[in-house]
Design a protein around this ligand. Structure first.
Ligand code: ADP
Ligand code: MG
Length: 563
C-alpha cells in the first residue's frame, strides 16, 4: 500500500505553472495569502459538513491554521485541521485546473510579463502559486472522517509530474511543506511571516498561528515555542464598518473572489427587521476572463449565522449583475439549506430584490459622485448590464439610467452619454429618443440616415454593441419617451420642423408627385413605398425599413446565424 505512484499534470497545469513562475516573481509573497485562504476554506467546509455529521470533528472542533518554519532547512509549513482531501480529491484538485475556459484563457497570455501577471491575477491560480517560491512542495492530507491509514502524500517539483503515496496521518486536515528556493529563504522568518499574515490574512475567520519566540532567559530555561494567533480571527463582515480599513476590505475581496486585483467598490450592510442579514458586496475593477462563459461560476459566498454554507450561490443576484462578488450571511435561512431549497424559497426572492436594489443604487451614486470611476465600471461591465432590461423588467428604468452611449453629439466612439443627459438636451418638440444600430462606430456615424438629424441638431444614440438592438427592443422607453430607430418607418420629423419647413415639405411633395409615382412604378415589388423626404440633406436617396420590420443590424446577425 506504501507504493509510490507518479502521475503527470494536465497540460494546462504545466503551462500555468511555467507562466506563473515567470510572471509573478515580482509579487512572490502572495503565495502565503493563497495557501492560508485555502486552509480557511477547508475549515469552513468541515464546519459545514459537520452540521450533518458531528463525528467529522473527531473530538476537536477548534479549527485553525498553524504556520511553522525552519530557517536552516529553508522549509515553511502551513497546516490546517479542516476538511482535508482523499486520494481522488488530491488528484482532481492538485493535478488539474477545474475551471471552464482554462485553455482559452491560457491562449490569451502573451509572454509580456506585466500583462500576463495581471491576467493570471484575474484567473486566480491559488494553490499552484506555492511554486513561485518553492522548488518542491509536499502535501500531506487526510479527509475528516477517514481512517488514519487513508492519508495521502502528494509531492512535486512543479515540473511535469507529481507523486502520490499512502501515508498514516493521525490528524485530519492538510499540511503543506514548501521547500523554499535558494533565493527565497527570507520567507522562513518569523518577522517576515508575521507581517505577511497581518497584511494579507488578518480577515481570515479562523486563527492563524505562528510559533511565539520565547527568550533564552525564560523561566524554565527552554527555548520552547508556543503558538500565538497573529490575526484577528473574526469574520470580517461581522465587524463594524468604522472598525475596518480599506486595505482590510480589499484583502477580504481577494479571498472571496479569487481575483488578485483591488475591487472598484464595496457595499457593506447589516440589515435587521423583516429580513435579517449582513451582506458585503464587491464590484470588481476588471471583468474576469470568463464573464461571457455561460458555465463560469458566479454568485455569492453564502453563510447562515456565520456558518459557511456554499460558494457560488447564484440565486441572490440576476445574471446581468453576475460580476458582483461577496458574502451574504443570513439569519433567516435554515442551516441545512441546499441549492434546491434556495430555488424555491420565498426569502431568497426578497433578499435578491434587496441586493439588486443596493447594487443599482450604489452604481447610480457612483455615476453621480465619481463619473470617472463610473466610466471605468461602464467600460468593463456595460455590455453585461445591458442584459438588464430583458431580464429584470421591473427595474428597467433604473438600469437604463446607468447606461452610457456614444452619440452624434460627441463625435467619438466613447460611450459616455447617459439617457438623462440626452433628454436634458432634447430639442423643443422632440418626443422620442433617436438611435441607430450597426456593426461599428465608423459605419453608423457616417450613415446617411443621420444627415437630417445633424442639420437639425438632434442627437442620435450610436449603438454598436452586439446586445444593443435586442436591448432597446426590451427597453422600449425611458422617462416616458419611446426609442425610435432612425432607419425605420416614417419618422415624425414634423415635430422637429418649424412651420416654414412644413410648408416647404408640402410644396415639395406637390412638385415631385409625378416623379414619386414614376419611381414607385419602376421599383414596384422591390420597395413598399416611395416618399419625398426631408431626412436627407446631402445624399439623393436612401432605403428605409418599415417601423415593425427587423432592423438592418439584427437582420445581418440573423443571416450570419443562418436564419
Ligand atoms: P480555489 O481555492 O480557487 O478553489 P486553489 O488552486 O487555491 O483554487 O485550490 C484548488 C482546490 O484544492 C481547492 O478548491 C480545494 O478543493 C483544494 N485544496 C487546496 N488547499 C486545500 C486545503 N488546505 N485543504 C483542503 N483542500 C484544499
Ligand atoms: Mg484558493
Amino acid at each position: 500500500a506504501a507504493s509510490k505512484e507518479t502521475l503527470g499534470f494536465k497540460t494546462e497545469v504545466k503551462q500555468l505553472l511555467h507562466l506563473m513562475i515567470h510572471s509573478l516573481y515580482s509579487n512572490k509573497e502572495i503565495f502565503l495569502r493563497e495557501l492560508i485562504s485555502n486552509a480557511s476554506d477547508a475549515c469552513d467546509k468541515l464546519r459545514f459538513e459537520a452540521l450533518q455529521n458531528d463525528a467529522l470533528f473527531e473530538g476537536n472542533a477548534e479549527l485553525g491554521v498553524h504556520i511553522d518554519f525552519d530557517t536552516e532547512a529553508r522549509t515553511l509549513t502551513i497546516e490546517d485541521n479542516g476538511i482535508g482531501m482523499n486520494r481522488e480529491e488530491v488528484i482532481n484538485h492538485l493535478g488539474t485546473i477545474a475551471k471552464s475556459g482554462t485553455a482559452e484563457f491560457l491562449s490569451k497570455l502573451s509572454g509580456d510579463q506585466k500583462k500576463d501577471s495581471q491576467l493570471i491575477g484575474q484567473f486566480g491560480v491559488g494553490f499552484y502559486s506555492a511554486f513561485i517560491v518553492a522548488d518542491k512542495v509536499t502535501v500531506e492530507t487526510r479527509r475528516a472522517g477517514d481512517d488514519a491509514a487513508d492519508g495521502v502524500c502528494w509531492e512535486s517539483a512543479g515540473e511535469g509530474e507529481f507523486t502520490l503515496e499512502s501515508i498514516d496521518k493521525a490528524n485530519r486536515g492538510t499540511r503543506i511543506t514548501l521547500h523554499l528556493k535558494e533565493d527565497d529563504g527570507e520567507f522562513a522568518d518569523s518577522f517576515r511571516l508575521r507581517s505577511l499574515i497581518k497584511k494579507y490574512s488578518d480577515h481570515i475567520a479562523v486563527p492563524v498561528y505562528l510559533p511565539q519566540e520565547v527568550s533564552e532567559d525564560d523561566a524554565d530555561g527552554e527555548n520552547k515555542q508556543i503558538p500565538e494567533a497573529v490575526n484577528q480571527a473574526k469574520a470580517l463582515w461581522t465587524r463594524s464598518k468604522s472598525d475596518l480599513s480599506d486595505d482590510e476590505y480589499k484583502e477580504f475581496y481577494k479571498h472571496v473572489s479569487h481575483d488578485w486585483n483591488d475591487p472598484l467598490l464595496w457595499l457593506h450592510n447589516r440589515v435587521e427587521g423583516k429580513l435579517d442579514y449582513t451582506s458585503l458586496l464587491y464590484i470588481p475593477a476588471k471583468a474576469p476572463f470568463d464573464i461571457w462563459n455561460r458555465e463560469a461560476t458566479r454568485g455569492l459566498k453564502l453563510y447562515v449565522q456565520r456558518v459557511f454554507i456554499m460558494d457560488d450561490a447564484e440565486q441572490f443576484l440576476p445574471l446581468y449583475l453576475r460580476f458582483v462578488k461577496g458574502v451574504l450571511d443570513s439569519n433567516d435561512l435554515s442551516l441545512n439549506v441546499s441549492r434546491e431549497i434556495l430555488q424555491k424559497d420565498k426569502q431568497v426572492d426578497s433578499l435578491r430584490s434587496a441586493l439588486v436594489k443596493r447594487v443599482l443604487d450604489s452604481l447610480d451614486k457612483l455615476a453621480k459622485n465619481e463619473p470617472e470611476k463610473y466610466q471605468s465600471f461602464w467600460d468593463e461591465f456595460g455590455d453585461v448590464l445591458k442584459e438588464g432590461p430583458a431580464e429584470d423588467f421591473a427595474n428597467r428604468e433604473k438600469i437604463a439610467k446607468l447606461f452610457r452611449f456614444a452619440t452624434t453629439k460627441s463625435d467619438s466612439a466613447v460611450q459616455n452619454v447617459g439617457l438623462e443627459d440626452y433628454i436634458a438636451r432634447m430639442r423643443e418638440g422632440q418626443k422620442k429618443i433617436y438611435y441607430i444600430t450597426g456593426d461599428n462606430y465608423a459605419a453608423v456615424s457616417s450613415s446617411p440616415h443621420l444627415e437630417y438629424f445633424r442639420t437639425k441638431g438632434v442627437e442620435v444614440l450610436l449603438l454598436t454593441d452586439r446586445v444593443d438592438e435586442w436591448m432597446v427592443g426590451h427597453l422600449t422607453d425611458f422617462d416616458g419617451k419611446v426609442f425610435q430607430d432612425v432607419t425605420k418607418g416614417e419618422l415624425d420629423l414634423d415635430e422637429l420642423a418649424d412651420a416654414e419647413e412644413k410648408e416647404q415639405q408640402k410644396a415639395l411633395e406637390e412638385t415631385h408627385k409625378d416623379l414619386v409615382e414614376r419611381v414607385q412604378k419602376a421599383l414596384d415589388g422591390d420597395v413598399k413605398n416611395v416618399r419625398v423626404s426631408s431626412r436627407l440633406t446631402d445624399s439623393p436617396a436612401c432605403l428605409v425599413v418599415g417601423q415593425y420590420d427587423m432592423g438592418g443590424h439584427m437582420r445581418r446577425l440573423m443571416e450570419a446565424a443562418g436564419q
